[in-house]
Ligand binder design. Structure first.
Ligand code: UD1
Length: 346
């Protein structure tokens, strides 16, 4: 019988791609999402790709009673992949309590439920933001966690601590935190992708919206960094690779292959690309010339971050397969699809 997996935030960017990857491997998926930064249409996109409609509960994980009821209703959930969280750095500075409540209370409520169950497996969405500007590159999992630059970043650090502290006293709980570098791209079918609400803060949605004519130009934040071309360097990872990594991590727990009951993995490609290289990759695959201009540095940006992927490669036996060009091509296809849709709705 197929195993039932709860995906919180399963209508979000990384969540929806992970739901597809799980269904394609035969798992039954239940999604919890409160639609705060997603849309019900994503369910249709998932169903179009996999021909399976996942179960869906419109539920806010801050509602502890509702969380408890959910677990009463679904007693046979064998694993939880927890994406549901707020993720805008600037907003977190403006509204820290929203971030602490939304990203941490919810985690506590889920873990309280899981610890009562027989053999709970838990995967947590963490971020390379926990490393800040690392002293050594590439960044390994043993690099020290630096003081967070924002409440958002802090919720990822504290979230990891909550899980690690809980695992110490709940030995039957098995958990993995996945520290993502920069997730980009979309499903190659363009049936699901990233849905930025309002002005995008992240580089790739801003690039694709600019190319589509929704934005006048891209502001490149700083060209005087101590990097070969003066722009910041990141490890851009295709969301398809990331989604697959979640399934691999979950299976490590389900198959009892884990080492200790709490592990942490970096998820990146291991390769750094500058902002200008990212723009070039986009221009190459889209055939579009991108309007951009250099402006001042953005506060809080780190200079260089890319992953040491040895642990994920060796232990999870997972390796990113897509290139930055593949990711840009899929992001552009997705953007064009969104444009067509908004035109047909006019
Ligand atoms: C950002 C967050 C990080 C979070 C991640 C989630 C900040 C400071 N960091 O990472 O905590 O985990 O998103 O996706 O917000 N850039 C431009 N012009 C733009 C947008 C971005 O030049 O309009 C540059 C940035 O300076 C950076 C690179 O593009 O060098 C990537 O930026 P972004 O996509 O926002 O990701 P991060 O800043 O790495």
């Amino acid at each position: 019988m197929s195993k039932k997996i709860l995906v919180t935030g399963g209508l979000g960017f990384i969540g929806s791609h992970t739901v597809v990857a799980l269904q394609e491997k035969g798992y039954e998926v239940v999604i919890i999402d409160n639609l705060s930064n997603s849309s019900l249409e994503v369910l249709g996109g998932i169903t179009k790709i996999t021909r399976i409609s996942p179960e869906f509960e419109n539920l806010d994980l801050r509602d502890k009673q509702a969380v408890n009821h959910f677990f009463d209703k679904y007693p046979n959930i064998e694993g939880v992949i927890h994406f549901a969280a707020s993720k805008a750095v600037g907003e977190s500075v403006q509204n820290p309590l929203l971030y602490y409540e939304n990203n941490l209370n919810t985690l506590v409520y889920l873990l309280q439920q899981l610890k009562e169950r027989e053999a709970p497996k838990f995967i947590f969405s963490s971020s390379c933001t926990v490393y800040g500007q690392a002293d050594e590159l590439p960044i390994t999992e043993s690099a020290p966690v630096k003081k967070a630059e924002s409440p958002y970043g802090n919720t990822k650090q504290i979230g990891e601590e909550i899980i690690s502290d809980t695992c110490k006293v709940v030995p039957h709980l098995k958990a993995i935190s996945l520290r993502y570098f920069n997730p980009i791209g979309a499903h190659p079918s363009a049936n699901i992708g990233e849905l930025p609400i309002g002005t995008p803060q992240n580089l790739v949605p801003f690039i694709t919206q600019t190319a589509a004519g929704k934005r006048d130009e891209l502001s490149v934040f700083g060209n005087d960094y101590p990097t070969p071309d003066g722009t910041c360097i990141r490890d851009y990872i295709h969301v398809m690779d990331l989604a697959r990594a979640h399934v691999v991590a979950l299976e490590r727990l389900l198959d009892d292959e884990h080492n200790g009951n709490y592990e942490v993995f970096n998820l990146g490609t291991g390769k750094g690309n500058s902002v200008l290289e990212a723009i070039k990759a986009f221009e190459k695959v889209s055939g579009q010339k991108l309007q951009y201009r250099f402006v001042d540095r953005r506060e809080g940006d780190i200079i260089v971050a890319y992953a040491d992927t040895t642990k994920a490669n060796d232990v999870l036996k997972w390796k990113a397969e897509y290139t930055i060009e593949d990711a840009m091509e899929s992001a552009w296809k997705w953007q064009q699809k969104l444009e067509e849709k908004s035109k047909s709705e006019e």
